[in-house]
Design a protein around this ligand. Structure first.
Ligand SMILES: C[S@@+](CC[C@H](N)C(=O)[O-])C[C@H]1O[C@@H](n2cnc3c(N)ncnc32)[C@H](O)[C@@H]1O
Length: 209
């Protein structure tokens, strides 16, 4: 198993038990996502973790295919399963079971900063969306300056933690990096916002053009 998958599968039970860190920011994020979900939408979520967001959005969507490359995360998600229109799959975005041009909305929440091949992922998301479909991402941008000593310390300690297998691959992005990545992958950005503002967890709603 690739180290990233192994790391995330290993922490899945703890991740499932962890309460939401910032409830107000999460509620605001869900509200922005709902505002861009067309009636009966076919939704793909990538990096769904233990499935909480997919299950919360199930009432507003036609169908949600919620995917994660870590089997442990999907095993936890299946324990919570409670919606007839949510299907959990162990898959990354390149999985051949995902058919191009078949999704109205693709969600990528708290995952793009963990991807080494983000540019390829954005391109694949573009292929998977129907014409005019929406790509909604929310990404912690911990490469912004002046986030305080905790982030500086974390950045310094990360290589050692990664070497020990105690931390995953992480990109230290700025919000402008995310706008540029998505804006140059065949999308038109229609909305941005940060929930929370600091450290910025940057929401981008982008339309396939
Ligand atoms: C920080 S968790 C976020 C989970 C969920 N989206 C949330 O907001 O709570 C990151 C998740 O992304 C998954 N992940 C990381 N890299 C991935 C990739 N390249 N493809 C699919 N899933 C990935 C991990 O297994 C993990 O479940």
């Amino acid at each position: 198993m690739k180290p990233g998958k192994q790391f995330w599968s290993g922490i899945a039970p703890k991740y499932a038990a962890k309460p939401i860190g910032d409830e107000a920011a999460y509620v605001a994020t869900l509200e922005r996502i709902r505002a861009h979900l067309p009636c009966g939408a076919r939704v793909l979520e990538i990096g769904c973790g233990t499935g909480g967001t997919a299950l919360r959005l199930a009432g507003e969507a036609g169908e949600i295919v919620a995917t994660d490359f870590a089997g442990g995360m999907i095993a936890e998600a299946r324990k919570r399963q409670g919606a007839h229109n949510v299907r959990f799959l162990v898959a990354d975005v390149h999985d051949a079971r995902l058919e191009p041009g078949t999704f109205d909305v693709v969600l990528a929440l708290n995952v793009v900063h963990l991807m080494e091949d983000a540019t390829e992922v954005h391109r694949r998301v573009h292929d998977l969306l129907k014409e005019g479909g929406s790509y909604i991402s929310k990404t912690p941008c911990i490469g912004e300056p002046d986030l305080g000593w905790k982030f500086n310390l974390m950045r310094k300690a990360l290589p050692l933690l990664q070497w020990l297998g105690k931390a995953p691959f992480v990109r230290f992005l700025k919000t402008a990096d995310m706008d540029a990545e998505i804006g140059s992958s065949g999308f038109r950005i229609v909305e941005t916002g940060s929930y929370p503002v600091r450290p910025p967890s940057h929401l981008i709603v982008a339309r396939k053009v």
